[in-house]
Design a protein around this ligand. Structure first.
Ligand SMILES: [Cu+2]
Length: 188
């Protein structure tokens, strides 16, 4: 190889290497989306999913959108005088390597003013907008009215997700104890 050719090859390789981490850095993924079926008269609904930041920089979900509702908001649940209430939040932080689970009773995408009913077996798109990463659109399947989450979804310590687990296993019992201890510690 001539000297300029070698230099060109080196430069091409450098550029390729430099591009790879940039792509990985925008690596926000949205998995296990689902919603619960609701009566045709229901005005509002929720969409749930797991958001994972595969990059190295903290990111935030700043907005949600769907064509099936007049408005989509980011909501959380909070205790207010002993009553669990929903409250809009400006953003949901997604730290690298710490998947955030949107679920009933916790953080969720609130669908306000449904334009079509959430019928079991149907699907609808939801687009999440991030502070840094490009927007992600997922197809959200509508599960049964009593669904606790999609089949095979990642297990969490949240009581709402226990429906899919073996409650009699010693592992589950240990996890439950651990979880209760954490809750008590957090409550102090
Ligand atoms: Cu809500």
């Amino acid at each position: 190889m001539t000297k300029p050719a070698r230099l060109a090859a080196f430069l091409a390789l450098s550029l390729a290497c430099a591009a790879a981490p940039a792509l990985a850095d925008g690596g926000v993924s949205v998995t296990a989306p689902w919603a619960r079926a609701a009566a045709p008269s229901a005005r509002n609904g929720g969409a749930f999913m797991v958001v994972t930041n595969g990059g190295t920089e903290p990111d935030r979900i700043v907005a949600a959108q769907t064509p099936i509702a007049e408005k989509a908001e980011l909501h959380t649940h909070q205790m207010d005088n002993g009553v669990m209430k929903m409250r809009p939040v400006d953003a949901i932080a997604v730290a690298p390597g710490e998947p955030v689970t949107l679920r009933p009773g916790g953080l969720h995408v609130m669908l306000l003013g449904l334009k079509q009913p959430l019928t079991q077996g149907s699907r609808f798109p939801v687009t999440l907008t991030f502070a840094k990463a490009p927007p992600v659109t997922v197809e959200v399947p509508v599960l049964g009215a009593a669904a606790m989450g999609p089949e095979g979804a990642a297990m969490t310590h949240e009581p709402m997700q226990h429906g899919a687990m073996d409650h009699n296993s010693p592992e589950h019992e240990a996890m439950h104890q651990q979880h209760m201890k954490q809750m008590q510690q957090q409550g102090q």
